[in-house]
Every structure is written in C-alpha cells, then in structure tokens.
Design a protein around this ligand. Structure first.
Ligand code: GDP
Length: 873
C-alpha cells in the first residue's frame, strides 16, 4: 500500500471542518491541466497546455496507487472495469509530464509519508486507548453516581452537581464524535479527489454520510454511553462493506489511506498553481495585448512588450530546450510562439519597417524653394583641382565681409556677387565622389571636370568622365592653366569628343570654360556656367521641414568626439535635433559652418559640421532627423545588425559578379550588363569593348562603364560597386588595397589574358549559361630582389614572399607595374639549396619559370590556384 503524502503538508493540514469544502471541491474539480509536446516544421517544439476533463488517472507505474483506489472504491459496482479502457491515453499524457526529478521527489515524499504514517498510527492508537479508558472511567463514575442518586434522592444539590457533570461529559463525547466524523468525511472526500471520475457518486456518499451524522447527532445524547464508536460502521457501511465490517475505532478513522490521498490532491493543486505562476495556466486572467514582433527581438524586449518578467520567458524557452539569457535574440517564429502561449496576439513586422520611420514624405510643389547647386571638382592629378577650389573660395564675397578663417570641413559654400550661392565639396577627385555614391549618397548635382590645357585628357580624366556618367551627373569642363603660353583649348575639346563629351563649340551640350586657377581668370565665368546648369536642373528643396542630408566627411576628433560634416539636402537642421546618420545617431549639440562659426541651423545645400554624435558615421551615409531618441536607436540598431549580417553574408558570395549577372538581369529586367574594364594597353581596352559590342543584341548589351588602362585601383572597385558591375582585369592586377576593398564591397574581380575567354564568359553570363566558373584563389605574392644567371638552369629569381604563400605546382604570373607580362608555372622553388613544396610570408626563396627568362628585380610573382566552381544558377 502506497500513500501519497508530504510531511510538511500533513503537518500543516488543518483538521477542522473548514477544509472540508475545498477538499471536496478538488475532488469534483475534474478540470485538469496536462502538457503535450508539439513539434513545428522548423525543428522546434513547445509544450502546449491541454485542458481536459480528467476522469481517471491511473498510472501503470503507479500500480500501488491503483490498488489503493481499488480498495477504496467499492461503492461503484465494478469500479476498475469501467474507467480502465479510457485510461491509457490519459495516463500517458500525465506520465509524460513527470520528469525524472519529479518522480524522485514523489518517491521521497512517499517514503516520508510512510514513516510519518507509522508514527501517526501509533499516536492515534494510543489516543484512542486513552480515550476509551477515560470513557469507561467516566461511565463507571456515572453509574456510581446514578446509584448514589437513587439512594440519596433528597440531596438535590448533589443531584444537580451530578447532572451538570453528566452534561459536561456528553458535550465532551459529542466533540469526539464530531472529530471522528470529520475525519471520515474528509477521507471520503479525498478518495473522491484521487478518483475524480467517481467524484459525483462519491460526493453523494459524502453528503449521505453527513446526513447520517446529523441524524445520529440527534439521538446521540441518549445512546452514547453504551456504544460510542459502534455508530460509525453503520454510517460508513455503504462505503466500505468489505473492510469495515469490523469495529471502526477513532484510531481507524484517523488511520486512513484516504487521508494521504487528499495530500496528493493538494500536491496537484500546488502544481497547478505553479503552472499558473509561470503563465502556462489554463485559466489565467491576462490582458490580451497585440505584441509587435520584428525580425529579431531580444528576450527582454519581448517580455517587456508582453508585460511579463523576462525570467519567465527564459523559463518557457528552457522548457522548449532552448537555453537563453534575457539579452539573447529570438527569431520571430519563436517570439510568436511564446507570445501566443501567453495568449497574446502577434503582429509580425518586417524589421526593415523601422526604416519607414525615416522616409520623409514628398514635399508639395508649392513648399519647394530653389536651393544652391552642389558641385564636385574632378580631374587628373596636378591638373589644378585644388588650386581651382582655392581660387573659387577666394571669390566668395561673404568671405571678405566676415573675415572668418576658412575651415576645411569637406565642403564650403560661396556667395556670388549676385548673392546666388554654390556649394563645393572640397575633397576633389572621383574616388571620394564614387565612395559616396557607393554608399548611396547622391549629393553632387554638377561635376566640374578640370583638364589642364597643356596636358590634355589623361587616364584619370577618363575615369572621372566615366564616374560622372555612371552617376548621371552633368559635366562642366574647366580647361585650366590657360595662363600658360601656347596652350590650345581646342585640343582638349577635341580629345573629349572621344569620350562622348561633346562641347557646345562642337554642337554638343557640354559647357566648357577656360580658366586659370593661378591668375583667377574665368573663375566668375565658371561660376556662371554652374548657376546656368543649376537652373536647368531646377534644384529645389523645402527648407521648412525636418532635415535630411548626407555625410560628406566624418572623423573622431580628440577634443570634440565624433564630428561629421553634413550637407543638408532638404529641410533645416537645428541644434537639439535628434538624428540618425547611417548606423549611428546623435543629438545636435552644435553646428559649425565652413568659417568655423557656430550657427543655430543649416538649410538645404548648406554644409555644416555636426557635434553630438554617438559614433562616427561614414562619408556617404544619409542623415535624417527623427522624432525621438527611441526611434533613432531603433533605426541604428537595425542598421548595425544589418551591416553585420551583410558582412557575414558577403563571405559567402559577392553582389557584383559575372555569375550573378544573369539572374540579376532577369530579376530586375535589366537590359545592360555593366562592366568595369582595366587593361594593360589602350589597344586591349578598345579590342575588348569592340568585342563586347558585337555581343550585344536588342535585348541585352554589355556596357563598359569604365574602360581604361592601368592596374585595378580602389576607385575602380568603388565605381564597380556603385553600379553593381564586376571588374575585368585584362593582363592587369588589382592593387592590395583594391583587392581588400573588392572583398569588402563584394565586387568580383576577374582576370583574363585572352580576349576570347573574356568575351566567352560575358556571353555565357548574358545568356545565363555560364560554365562552371574557374575561380582563381590567390595564394601569395613574392617580390624579386635579385636575378641570377645560372648555367644550365637559366635565370633564377631571388625572391622574398611579401604576402601569403608560394607553392610548387601552383600557377604563377609575372607582374611588372601592375601589368601581367607572363603567366605559367615554376620550374623550381628552392630554399637555400633544397627544393621545397611551400614558402611562407617573410621567407626568401629562389624561383625560376618554365620556359621564361625575362625577369627583373622589382617584378612581382603572383602565385594562384585555379578552382572549378559549379555554377549554381
Ligand atoms: P590637383 O592635383 O589637381 O589638385 O592640382 P593642384 O591644384 O595641386 O595643382 C597642381 C600644380 O599645378 C600646382 O603646382 C599648381 O600651382 C599648378 N597650377 C594649378 N592651376 C594652375 C593654373 O591655372 N596655371 C598654372 N600655371 N599652374 C597651375
């Protein structure tokens, strides 16, 4: 016989009549809670609380308990037979919720209960014996009293005394009976609790017992003397005819298994409470909220939104077998499951929705006012960009008035004598320009292309043209150094024709201005040309709204913290504004203009330095004023996360590659395949562009956004990134920094040495039939320090490995000034006298090419492997 008990419980259990009701309620409380594990397609599962009417809980493992019930439930004609068929599925459900520890705890409790039971039994027996003795003694006394009464009838006082005594005794006896009856009723009730399916009949029995007790109470007074306890079996006989055929003593009434059963029910009730505390209860009264669940949400954030303690959410996660801390991020599916478990409705939002908050509404036409144009100066090195910018700056009429010290903040605004204004970005060159564009900033309205009259169109001039064209920004040509004797501006204009820049003189649209940065000649004409172009562009903005702009420059200043020069493009930026700048945010602490003056606000096309950032943004980042710090945080947190994700995603692939071209073209319905081409000689560039032209059909066209001579530079990569084009290197290599940048920006660099191969690949990409890609894996670079002539072997290069490793058997290229002059294999790779397999960075070695002798000190030997990658299109 096993009794479910708990020392503490039985100790605390009140034995008064007050617990009768709750106990019987529990017995009839047929609503039970169980949990089942529900699996989901994404490999997660969660325990789901199922509410059911629990009719009978019989555990196979709890056979002992079953025995108890069998013996306790004889009232029903065949108690075991009826409920058993329906038991299996339910007992499974219940047993599954019992963990190992729970089972242990239960077993322990049972043992404790047994021990305590023995003690209790003993105590109860002793008590009963004592009481019986007392009863007998009193009965004897009373009989003696009665005899005395008969003899001394006259002694009324004595009689009265006796009567009082008798009344007292009766009261005492009645109290004892009452206690016994309570125990009996309680036992019945708990039996019902353990067998809830029999709750109804049981309850009836209990009430019958009560009624009988009541009846008995009535006549107790007269009969108790004889058989105080023999009453019990009569009242209980219906319940336990088999077992209780004998005498039922108080001790026996107390010593009842049913009593422990009630503890088991208390235990269950406790478990229910616990579940409710965890929010898993079935009858919790909670406010149903609409919980907004973004793409990613922290445990803390989720619990805040549900108004539940974070630790409770952690517990729920643990139950699902997911260990999490309050700061861990949850995916939206998990977050939804949890929120729904708490009964909330879920509103899933794409995380990118936070960006909506900073998208500014379109301005109404009538709110728009003309704004100053923003100009970038580009051109070949030494053609006078810096000198021209200086000259323009000095032409500023406001400059003289204010007498301020010019500050380099990355941009400045000049006022014409006509009071019209022009803003110049004073980081000249196309690299900075394209870097901004690569980050999505469209700041520049007009490009001033500086070409030195004495030098003409040079490689960087061509690059600048390509960059400006890719950005679809109008160009004004400033032919500089016109003060130099014997220069011919016509020559420059003619050269420009080659690059599809048709100047006005030649019937085109491109304005040209002859200037001299040195003598300041033509500066005002240039400014007029800019203003004219601006007028054509109809540049307008609404100054009466919150600001939006772009970061032109940003740095971490030792004294002032992060400082960004921003160009307001729309609206007006004011001190105190809260803003988002790229993945950073801040509150405008101070605004400093290009003269170093502190200002309170900056309108459209006004460059200002902003203080009050929490981090350093990047040039080209957008800047938008938002309504609150919370919103600013939300946006920047999202962006920082996105940046991180993008970085890890980039490791797996690139966004600008020939492979992806076709799918990209199909997706976006693009008709043009952009390519950035760099080659060793102009002839190659022309040959490649010509060959690509022939590939073009009505539907698709391969277009070189850049076709130039020279090694692949960082600016080529930026250009490629800005138009999502792969970079083709024909017999040229990328510089180290360019290679790193390409990796960062996800730009593919493809090297070719045969035009046919190049054209073939582009053709395949355009038709979506790219063969398995032969991908080059860069292994290392070695610099040739010395060249030795060794008889029989030939010319051997004494090298130092400057980067990576050089491996025997791998392919090698000989590069001179970024141009590939030979590609082949090594005939020897030696360290000291020994032939070796591999040489690491920093080590020196001897190398010789197979069938190739033209090597020079200063040349670079590039070592690479060719890997075949199956196309995944
Ligand atoms: P950047 O590299 O394009 O910025 O060119 P710089 O502005 O640094 O000018 C390069 C050189 O050309 C400097 O030595 C200048 O003095 C010179 N230079 C610039 N503009 C003129 C000009 O209009 N006339 C003459 N003679 N020299 C100029």
């Amino acid at each position: 016989k096993v009794r479910m008990s708990d020392t503490k419980d039985s100790g605390n259990k009140p034995s008064g009549g007050s617990d009768r009701r709750p106990l019987s309620l529990k017995g009839s409380g047929s609503v039970g809670a169980g949990t089942v594990r529900q699996s989901f397609s994404h490999g997660r599962s969660k325990p789901v609380v199922v509410e059911k009417r629990r009719k009978r809980i019989l555990g196979k493992k709890d056979a002992a308990k079953k025995t108890v019930e069998k013996t306790e439930a004889p009232a029903a004609p065949a108690p075991q037979a009826a409920p058993e068929p329906q038991a299996p599925e339910e007992e499974k459900t219940v047993l599954r919720t019992l963990t190992e520890t729970e089972r242990e705890a239960r077993a322990k409790a049972l043992e404790e209960a047994k021990a305590r039971e023995v003690i209790e039994k003993k105590e109860a027996k002793e008590r009963a014996i004592r009481e019986a003795e007392e009863e007998e003694r009193r009965a004897a006394e009373r009989e003696a009293e009665a005899a005395r009464r008969a003899e001394e009838d006259a002694k009324r006082t004595e009689e009265e005394k006796e009567a009082a005594r008798e009344a007292e005794a009766r009261a005492k006896r009645e109290a004892e009976e009452e206690a016994a009856r309570i125990e009996a009723a309680k036992a019945e009730a708990s039996a019902a609790a353990a067998e809830p399916n029999e709750a109804a009949p049981r309850r009836k029995v209990v009430s019958e017992v009560k009624d009988k007790d009541k009846d008995k109470d009535k006549d107790a007074g007269g009969r108790v003397k004889k058989k105080p306890v023999s009453e019990k079996p009569v009242s209980r006989s219906r319940n336990a005819p088999r077992r209780r055929s004998g005498k039922l003593t108080i001790a026996r009434a107390l010593d009842d298994n049913e009593r422990q059963r009630s503890l088991a029910s208390v235990r269950r009730a406790r478990e229910r409470e616990k579940r409710q505390a965890q929010g898993l209860g079935t009858d919790q009264k909670q406010v149903v909220r609409e919980v907004v669940v973004p793409d990613e949400i922290s445990v803390r954030d989720l619990s805040d939104r549900m108004a539940i303690r974070a630790v409770d959410v952690v517990k729920v996660l643990m139950k699902q077998g997911q260990m999490a801390t309050v700061n861990d991020m949850l995916d939206p599916d998990t977050a939804q499951l949890i929120a729904e478990e708490y009964g909330h409705t879920v509103k899933r939002v794409a995380e990118s929705d936070v960006e909506d908050a900073i998208v500014q509404a379109e301005d109404r036409e009538e709110d728009l006012l003309p704004r100053a144009p923003v100009v970038t100066v580009m051109g070949h090195v030494d053609h006078g960009k810096t000198s021209l910018l200086d000259a323009i700056r000095k032409s500023d009429v406001a400059e003289g008035e204010a007498g301020g010290i010019t500050q380099h903040i990355g941009a400045y605004q000049v006022t014409m004598p006509s009071h019209q204004k022009i803003t110049f970005l004073d980081t000249p060159g196309h690299a900075a320009f394209t870097q901004m564009r690569a980050r999505g900033a469209k700041v520049t309205d007009i490009v001033v292309l500086v070409v030195a009259a004495d030098d003409g169109v040079m490689p960087q001039t061509v690059e600048a043209i390509n960059h400006a064209k890719a950005a679809e920004v109008p160009i004004i040509v400033a032919i500089n150094k016109m003060d130099k004797p014997g220069v011919d501006p016509m020559r420059v204009k003619q050269e420009l024709l080659q690059y599809e820049l048709i100047v006005e003189d030649m019937g085109g649209e491109v304005q040209t201005v002859e200037v001299s940065a040195k003598t300041k000649m033509g500066i005002d004409t240039l400014e007029e040309a800019i203003l004219l172009q601006a007028e054509i562009l109809e540049l307008k903005a609404n100054p009466n709204r919150t600001a939006a702009g772009s970061v032109v420059e940003a740095k971490l200043d030792k004294g002032r913290g992060p400082v960004a020069t921003i160009l307001v493009q729309n609206g007006t930026l004011k001190t105190g504004d809260i803003f988002v700048a790229g993945a950073e945010w801040g509150k405008v602490r101070a605004l400093i203009n290009d003269r170093g003056e502190t200002v309170n606000e900056a309108g459209p096309a006004v460059p200002v330095e902003v203080l009050g950032l929490n981090g350093t943004p990047m040039a080209g980042d957008d800047i938008v004023v938002v309504e609150s710090e919370a919103r600013a945080r939300e946006v920047t947190e999202y962006r920082q996360r996105k940046d991180r994700d993008a970085k890890s995603a980039l490791a797996g692939g690139s966004r600008a590659s020939l492979d992806q071209m076709f799918s990209k073209m199909k997706e976006a319905n693009i008709k043009e395949v952009p390519l950035v081409i760099k080659a060793d000689v102009q002839g190659s560039v022309e040959a490649i562009i010509g060959a690509l032209d022939k590939l073009s059909t009505d539907e698709v066209r391969a277009k070189a956004v850049q076709g130039a001579v020279g090694g692949i530079s960082e600016s080529d990569i930026l250009l490629a990134a800005s138009v999502s084009a792969p970079v083709i290197g024909f017999n040229v290599r990328a510089s180290g920094p360019a290679r790193a940048l390409a990796e960062k920006e996800g730009v593919e660099i493809r090297y070719y040495s045969v035009i046919y191969d190049l054209v073939d690949d582009v053709k395949a990409a355009m038709s979506g039939l790219l063969d398995p890609t032969l991908r080059e894996n860069f292994l290392g670079n070695a610099e040739i320090l010395e060249v030795f002539n060794i008889t029989k072997v030939g010319r051997v290069a004494g090298c130092r490995i400057t980067e990576g490793v050089v491996r025997r058997g791998a392919k090698v290229r000989l590069i001179r000034d970024s141009v590939v002059i030979h590609e082949g294999t090594l005939s020897t790779l030696k360290r000291f006298k020994d032939e070796v397999k591999e040489v690491q960075t920093g080590q020196e070695c001897g190398m010789a090419f197979e069938n190739y002798q033209d090597i020079q000190p200063g040349d670079v030997i590039e070592c690479f492997e060719v890997e075949t990658i199956e196309r995944t299109l």
